[in-house]
Design a protein around this ligand. Structure first.
Ligand code: SF4
Ligand code: SF4
Length: 406
């Protein structure tokens, strides 16, 4: 079996009960954001930008647990922000596990080693480490050098202590399909248990920041639907070789073999402002409760139906949190069969040859900040918007030069 028995059986039983009760909309995974503060400023992250006004606010443990109870979803993804800087994270995880839920603790991995002692390994708890590529690509995406190395050290420490670990990757325009393959091979060699992968599309919060702060155009960075299908052409092959989290139906969708529309209410997000709608990435409002959100949001305004976007902001979206639940909730017999077959098939063995992958292929440009890279370019061109920090400028310019010649 690809995933822990407890996770698979809980999910299958839960969905069967909901379907028998003919409940039209219900949550599969709760995205719980106890805080939005983070130690990083990743280029594609909308959270730290969209919630910059409330970045210091936190949900209490009690508020978090009330939301877990209210949603009732069998899986709780604790995210943010960086949940490992939430002071009561150990207490929160214990409270959620006590409710017999399965947890993915989404983290950039930098504080795993430091806070590992606050957790106990169980088949219902995964560290889910954000990794957008191998060293150079990842450090560039997160705008700081050394992050990849720290995350790998955290993964190794967690595995050694007996924890389940998975990785979480967003694919951008500049991410090469071969690099994703190499990344899976490398982490498989470290006996990482599973992987989530999703296309990065130009959602509002990240897009605005990109234009304003980095003076980059979203189309230079994010994927359109066409590009997503090209990048994910091999997703089913990866799904055979590695333990990809998600349904076979979603994999077919990413590979361009079928159309689907999203079911964002199945992966609701709860944060300091309330229950966010319509989905994890796009915000048109916050509601006091999940049920209130279900009732008040006009869901038919969103998504893409037969390739036509109901809302222009949805046009290029094929994200995991919007579309994977659609795959899981399909009532089509063939879909149910391929999903079950995928879940119940044997877990792929670790690919130890992946140790030879050149994962530490260089820290990113300069101090890793795209903004600094731009400042350095401007300085070279006689511009006046440098940061004043010239310590690594020559090296930075040399690297940028090499990149643009390539
Ligand atoms: S680590 Fe996560 S929360 Fe922090 S900036 Fe990056 S994407 Fe955003
Ligand atoms: S397609 Fe669905 S998941 Fe994607 S942005 Fe639109 S509402 Fe959100």
């Amino acid at each position: 079996m690809r995933f822990p028995l407890s996770l698979t059986t809980t999910m299958v039983g839960y969905m069967a009960r909901k379907k028998l009760a003919r409940q039209k909309r219900f949550p599969l995974v709760l995205m719980l954001e106890p805080l939005h503060a983070c130690n990083l400023t990743c280029t594609g992250c909308g959270r730290i930008r969209e919630y910059s006004q409330s970045i210091k606010e936190k949900l209490t443990v009690q508020e978090c647990l009330q939301s877990v109870d209210e949603a009732g979803a069998p899986i709780v993804s604790i995210c943010g922000g960086e949940p490992l800087i939430y002071p009561e994270i150990g207490e929160l995880v214990r409270g959620v596990l006590k409710r017999r839920k399965n947890i993915y603790l989404c983290t950039n991995g930098m504080f795993i080693k430091k806070r590992l002692h606050e957790f106990r390994p169980t088949s219902r708890f995964f560290f889910n480490v954000h990794l957008d590529g191998l060293e150079e690509t990842h450090d560039l995406a997160v705008e700081r050098k050394g992050v990849f190395k720290a995350a790998v050290e955290g993964i190794i420490a967690a595995k050694k202590a007996g924890f389940l670990v998975c990785t979480n990757t967003t694919v951008y325009k500049e991410t090469a399909a071969q690099e994703i393959n190499d990344m899976f091979e490398f982490f498989s060699s470290l006996e990482v248990d599973a992987h989530t992968i999703s296309p990065g599309y130009e959602y509002d919060a990240a897009k605005k920041d990109m234009v304003k702060r980095l003076d980059k155009q979203p189309e230079d960075f994010f994927l359109t639907r066409k590009m997503t299908r090209e990048k994910f052409a091999k997703i089913q092959e990866w799904g055979e070789r590695f333990t990809l989290i998600g349904t076979s139906v979603y994999q077919e969708f990413l590979a361009g073999k079928r159309e689907m529309t999203c079911t964002p209410w199945a992966i609701p997000t709860r944060n300091v402002r309330g229950w966010k709608a319509p989905c994890y990435l796009m915000t048109d409002g916050h509601y006091a409760g999940y049920q209130e959100m279900l009732t008040k949001v006009v869901w038919d305004k969103y998504g893409v139906v037969d390739g036509v976007a109901r809302d222009p902001r949805c046009e290029n979206c094929m994200v995991h949190c919007g579309y994977d639940p659609s795959g899981a909730l399909s009532t089509n017999l063939r879909d149910t069969w391929i999903n079950m077959k995928y879940n119940f098939s044997p877990k792929p063995k670790p690919y130890y040859e992946g140790r030879s992958v050149n994962a530490f292929n260089g820290v990113s440009i300069g101090k890793g900040h795209l903004a600094e890279a731009k400042a350095a370019i401007n300085a070279k061109n006689g511009g006046a918007c440098g940061t004043g920090d010239t310590t690594q400028r020559d090296e930075l310019l040399a690297k940028i030069g090499k990149k643009s010649e390539a």
